[in-house]
Design a protein around this ligand. Structure first.
Ligand code: CMC
Length: 430
């Protein structure tokens, strides 16, 4: 707590509010008593200036282009760690010892299967349903299958639910994919690591042996690490808000998945690849840049810009490297979409409009090309984001539930509708 304060003059009165300092990052003016003291609300649509909670999990410095999980830079975690290690870090606050890591891996691995009856749940969907629609439904349905881990007041049940979601999300995502393409579900194989197991569940078929390519598995694992958590973004705030009412964690994560689906958030990876395909060739880039800059055209360069990063998204840099590794391993030399992406990035980074508005490539710009090379259709891209972000949602949900000062989230509004008026009988309305 700092001894700084902020003063506000309102309606002839003087009011003082304390200013709180985090470990790093901007200070916050604590206005929680504002309404009680002044009868006024603050107004901040899109929460551009609002800290909605205390958190110890993730820190972003948008001007510097820094992302830290529990203090560790994303570059170091992506280079040296694996996804389950990052999951442990996000959930427990520290990197695991060797024993803690193998115990955690074992616990997650033993929850990878889903209730057998869930298979039938999938068949209720149309085959051409978007896999994110299937994810919203099936993840929401988990609370109907795992009643013994929905009591949020029991720390043991909270932990079991967390393990179940981290473990089962790849299985459910792979099932959504298999159902979509009309292939049989592949059961998890628990002697494989998290990413390899996921690739196998997606790409193996019962009639052939499937050998996981370690370079591609490492790339998949790194993609999971890069998407694991990102502070109080839209889907995480959705999970926190849903959880603030005491809803069970499976329902909260389903709410997060629904929010993630939008093209301004997790849906941007699918939209970015579709955009690159639409551009098609380097010579058409100027046309699309002009459209992005045209105020009368709703078109935006997908995979560019970020609410918090006003510098290069650090995840995008690692993603770009991973893209080259994957394409190299698969022997893809002249990917036309990569060519368009690299040229588009080069032009946009020097264009006055993008420079002035600090619009840099975000993680979604390169992830689509990598995921496509790994063999995923565009409709699966946001599903993979959801698999990875599950741990972030859970860590943030747990942090909120375990905070003794936690209350139901209930924003207020600036009402601009009609003032009170009397009902008019239908036969006398003009
Ligand atoms: N292309 C062209 N212009 C843009 C773009 C873009 N991608 N992004 C922002 N702008 C312009 C926007 O028109 C506005 O201009 P002006 O000030 O003249 O009205 C200005 O930049 C600020 O944009 P904003 O919409 O007010 O910024 P925001 O913080 O509300 O939105 C964003 C952030 C990510 C939704 C937005 O940049 C965007 O729509 N980008 C494309 C979608 C995308 O790639 N989303 C993935 C985000 S990263 C993954 C994740 O965390 O989900």
């Amino acid at each position: 707590m700092s001894d700084k304060s902020a003063k506000l003059s309102l309606n002839g009165g003087e009011h003082e509010f304390s200013v709180r300092e985090g470990t790093i990052g901007p200070s916050v003016v604590d206005i929680s008593s504002l309404y009680k003291e002044t009868g006024a609300f603050t107004y901040d649509p899109g929460f551009t200036s609002t800290a909605s909670c205390d958190s110890k999990i993730t820190f972003i410095d948008g001007d510097e282009g820094t992302l830290l999980h529990r203090g560790y830079p994303i570059e170091q975690l992506a280079e040296h760690g694996d996804f389950l290690e990052v999951c442990y870090l996000l959930l427990y606050g520290e990197l695991p010892t060797k024993t803690q890591k193998s115990d955690f891996d074992y616990r997650v691995t033993r929850h990878t299967m889903v209730h057998e009856q869930m298979n039938r749940f999938f068949t209720g969907f149309r085959r051409d349903a978007h896999p994110m629609a299937v994810m919203c439904g099936t993840v929401g349905a988990l609370s109907a299958f795992y009643h013994d881990s929905t009591d949020i007041s029991d720390p043991h049940q909270r932990m079991v639910a967390s393990m179940r979601m981290i473990a089962k999300m790849p299985t459910i995502a792979a099932m959504a994919y298999k159902y979509h393409i009309g292939q049989p579900f592949i059961y998890p194989q628990n002697d494989l690591d998290y990413a390899s197991n996921f690739l196998r569940m997606c790409f193996a078929v019962p009639c052939e042996d499937y050998k996981v390519n370690p370079v591609l598995a490492r790339a998949m694992d790194r993609i999971f690490i890069l998407h694991a958590d990102h502070e109080q973004n839209a889907s995480t705030s959705t999970v926190r808000l849903a959880g603030s009412s005491g809803a069970n964690p499976f329902a909260c994560i389903a709410a997060g998945i629904a929010c993630l689906w939008g093209p301004a958030h997790g849906g941007a990876n699918e939209a970015a690849l579709n955009m690159l395909a639409e551009i098609g060739s380097v010579d058409r880039i100027p046309e699309f840049i002009a459209r992005a800059k045209d105020k009368n055209d709703p078109f935006r360069l997908m995979g560019f810009g970020h609410r918090v990063y006003k510098n290069y998204d650090p995840r995008a840099k690692i993603m770009q490297k991973t893209t080259h590794e994957v394409l190299g391993e698969l022997g893809i030399k002249d990917d036309p979409l990569l060519e368009v992406a690299m040229e588009l990035e080069k032009i946009a980074l020097h264009d006055e409009y993008f420079v002035e508005k600090k619009l840099y490539p975000n993680i979604d710009f390169y992830s689509g090309i990598t995921l496509r090379a790994l063999g995923f259709p565009t409709t699966m891209f946001t599903v993979l984001f959801a698999v990875a972000r599950t741990v972030g949602w859970i860590a943030q949900w747990k942090e909120m539930i375990e905070d003794p000062s936690q209350r139901i989230g209930r924003p207020r509004q600036l009402y601009t509708g009609e003032a009170k008026r009397d009902y008019v009988a239908i036969n006398t309305r003009g």
